[in-house]
Design a protein around this ligand. Structure first.
Ligand code: PEP
Ligand code: MN
Length: 350
């Protein structure tokens, strides 16, 4: 159920409706929009007695949300969700494109700084790097853990880049949430429901990657798990799915971009690196992703991909990344977007 407040409803009236919902034993999710606030109701098994709520002051109407995902749905929030980062002009969603770039894994301080310096120079606003790696083989490099988080925090201090890194379990979630600006939940964990719920209790944006064989509905239901716990800052990321095709690592399902945008208000990024697994495919697929209307790109960049401890073959060189940025900048106006180059940090007040 969804309570739609009148445009002129006051904060007190909104609070009174939330209190009433909670008293009925449900959970209230106020979602402010440009025109009006809507309050999602979850935790109800059946129909909520709408009479009580409709009678409250400031309420325009109470409607049923028929979709399985509710808080993620456009029925609940018409406007696109924009995730912003305090003290900076960086944002994910809305008119500006978000570019997240960096190595698959943080391998050393020198490696991470070499790459960060170059992606910052090319105008990225977000830096990615794995600290905890979900590897197919238990013998493969598993990540530097806390040391990598510390290196990335230093990169944020040095270049202003906001940090995106993955949590693979409950233990790493607590650490990642402490150090990163965006907590990534990877494809393999898209249906790790206890991890999703815990991520929902954070007050930090979560970047949720599509599962290896997840349908659109499963993907949005995973986002719903996070949102149902009160964290509404979810960023979706298409990263390719398993198909019979074997000329690429996965198959990039770009048509999910407009499909998601029709059904959900959440931002959707595209990761051409894991989607293709091939360096030569990254730029064409990044261009196509932006042309399809995606809200941005997450891409793996390495200055010495031949020596990379993970995903070298799909990592582009910094010079290719700079070309990618130039190309995206040219495509952006066609899809009514703009590409900010570099991050602007507001001077601290006082
Ligand atoms: C990653 O982004 O480092 C990663 C492991 O991606 P995915 O979860 O999409 O495989
Ligand atoms: Mn990788």
């Amino acid at each position: 159920m969804l309570v739609v407040m009148k445009a002129q409803a006051t904060p007190e009236e909104i609070q009174a409706v939330c209190d009433c919902i909670e008293q009925l034993g449900f959970r209230a999710h106020p979602l402010p929009g440009a025109q009006r606030t809507a309050i999602g109701i979850t935790g109800n098994k059946g129909e909520v007695e709408r009479g009580n709520l409709e009678a409250l002051s400031g309420v325009a109407e109470v409607i049923r949300v028929s979709k399985a995902y509710k808080l993620a749905s456009r029925d609940v929030k018409e406007e696109d969700t924009v995730v912003s980062f305090a003290g900076t002009d960086a944002a994910i969603g809305g008119r500006t494109l978000a570019i997240i770039a960096g190595p698959c894994s943080i391998e050393s301080r020198d490696q991470a700084f070499a790459i960060a310096g170059q992606v910052a120079a090319a105008g990225a606003q977000f830096f990615r790097g794995g600290a905890f790696k979900p590897r197919t083989s238990p013998y493969a490099f598993q990540g530097l853990g806390l040391e990598a988080l510390r290196i990335m925090a230093d990169i944020r201090d040095r270049y202003g880049l906001r940090i995106v890194t993955e949590a693979i379990d409950n233990e790493s979630l607590a650490q990642v949430a402490e150090w990163a600006d965006v907590v990534q939940i990877g494809a393999r964990n898209m249906q790790n429901f206890s991890l999703l719920k815990r991520a929902g209790r954070l007050r930090k944006p979560v970047l949720l990657k599509r599962g290896l064989s997840a349908t659109l509905e499963e993907f949005l239901m995973a986002a719903e798990y996070i949102m149902s716990e009160g964290n509404y800052e979810v960023i979706l990321c298409e990263r390719g799915v398993r198909t019979f095709t074997d000329h690429t690592r996965n198959t990039l399902d770009l048509s999910i971009v407009p499909a998601i945008q029709r059904l959900s208000h959440l931002p959707i990024l595209v990761d051409p690196s894991h989607a293709t697994g091939k360096r030569d495919s990254i730029l064409p697929m990044a261009r196509a992703a932006i042309a399809s209307g995606a809200d941005g790109i997450m891409v793996e960049v390495h200055h010495q991909p031949d020596k990379a401890l993970s995903d070298g073959p799909q990592s582009i060189y910094p010079a290719q990344f700079a070309t990618m940025m130039d190309e995206i900048e040219r495509i952006a106006p066609v899809v009514d977007r703009n590409l900010p180059r570099g991050i602007h940090i507001e001077a601290a007040a006082g």
